[in-house]
Design a protein around this ligand. Sequence first.
Ligand SMILES: [Zn+2]
Length: 323
Amino acid sequence: MTPVLLTIDTELSPAAHQRGVNWMDNFSTAILGRVSDGEWGVAYQVDQFNAHGLKAVFFVEALCAQVCGLDMLKRVIEPILCGGHEVQLHVHTEWLEWIARDPVDGRRGQCIADFGYTDQHRLLEMGMEALTKAGAPPPLAFRAGNYGANNDTLRALATLGIRYDASYNISYLAGPCRIVANGPLLDATSLDGVIELPIASFRDFWRHDRPAQICANSISELRLVIAQSVARQRRAIVIVSHSFELLNRARTRANRLLVRRFERFCELLSGRKADAPTTGFGALEPTALIAPSAKAHPLRSHAGRTVSRMLEQAIGTILYERA
Ligand SMILES: [Zn+2]
């Protein structure tokens, strides 16, 4: 049995804030996914998960509460907890630009890894405090904005009592993700005082790794991630999505192709509860996640599946990406 962590990064858009969009409109689009043809964000996703008997983890961005207020964060968290899902910590340091009580003396960075250990500790603590004040239980897990964590992030998390990190994204290693381990991480590993749960990935063509993300994989690729992870006895499968992921890029309406894929993925997971049950970090068994195991090898797709996904995405772009 391989637990599945269905993770949804849940966040206001710092870019929209920068453009002068007020927080209520930002919340309405980026969190609720409220657009011209319906509502496709957190409430819709919670309903779908519940209809299929699935459990999800919402990584809620918390620094924005210093800018938009705690009440906004409460509104984000409430439907998630009421729906029976987990809230964990997500931090985007882009928000520092507008925080009046600057916790890092004017230092700035696109990602938390751009900061030294002490600043990172302070930023994480600030995020934890905002989440708990807004009604969430103390977080057990963290994901850095832009996957931009490094090993200092892991050490700071361990000091703060956060046991799990889910920032490791193999496709971002040449960029913002700066977590260093002994070789590429393909499965749960103990690292710098926490348990690192890498985002699942697969090889879609020669030496190219593709992360498991609902908007970036076809249903056939998502199916292979689940099936091959179970067959290879991975310790956990981490899948990524976002609160706004089912919208088109202009965030003016739904991308129906993604909505359909999201629903089909829920159906798929619903049919695999026996060998790939969705779960939260609170229900993970740490000792099972770090027990010694044989070397993990990449999951593999094939060229036909890659081409078919590219065609599907091209159709989605033509049909839904025109605002
Ligand atoms: Zn994010």
